[in-house]
Design a protein. Sequence first.
Length: 223
Amino acid sequence: MKQFFKGAEADFYSQLERVTTSVLPIKSVHDKWDIQLKAGVTYETLGSDLSGLHFLQLLVRLGQCKHVLEVGTYIGVSTLFLAEAVGEDGRVVTVEVGEEFANIARENFRRNGLLDRIELIHSDVNLSLTSLRQRAQLFDMIFLDGDKASYGRLLRPLLDLLRPGRMMLIDDIFCNGDTLNPEPETDKGQGVRDMLAQIATLPQHVRVILPYGNGQLLLLKPT
Ligand SMILES: C[S@@+](CC[C@H](N)C(=O)[O-])C[C@H]1O[C@@H](n2cnc3c(N)ncnc32)[C@H](O)[C@@H]1O
């Protein structure tokens, strides 16, 4: 990818970002949504990048998904993108452990008129799996974007919540470079590696790692 790049090595990723975002309809999440932030923290600190947010919408619309599960709400911006894409008759269930984040997210859903399409579960996702499994309906899509240290433990139970023939999108696969180390240095890096090792042995699930942002993995559950 760098063969014909004439800029300084250090500028490569910023130029890549400039080109990848140039096709998007917005330059910032604030162009589209009225967002309350956590005091002193920008959206970008924990939120998905713009390309990732648009990719989410593309997947939801392509799959005509009506019932979506998100793990890791943060302040609710990715949830807003999902809720817009599922349409008026769709529903997004989102799980967030942080009380302050959950409260800000609810306010953001209200401000943007999408409260009625979103169910926010304020809980540790590991503690919500049983009640999610007891629901009658499986999900058309799952976006896993929280608790990387638990990714290895979460994979199987989340796949059980997904309808056959449907996709799970897993964010932060590179874990800021830790996944690339011979031995991960953080619990998060280890959690991602545990999950990748399990995915590598799945016999029938189609999967691919998309090497943009902090790395995303797309996994298709067989029918
Ligand atoms: C990367 S942020 C999510 C970003 C959000 N999806 C977006 O793109 O705007 C990860 C979130 O997961 C939450 N989280 C971490 N561990 C969790 C757990 N065990 N259960 C539920 N949420 C968790 C964190 O509090 C944080 O808000």
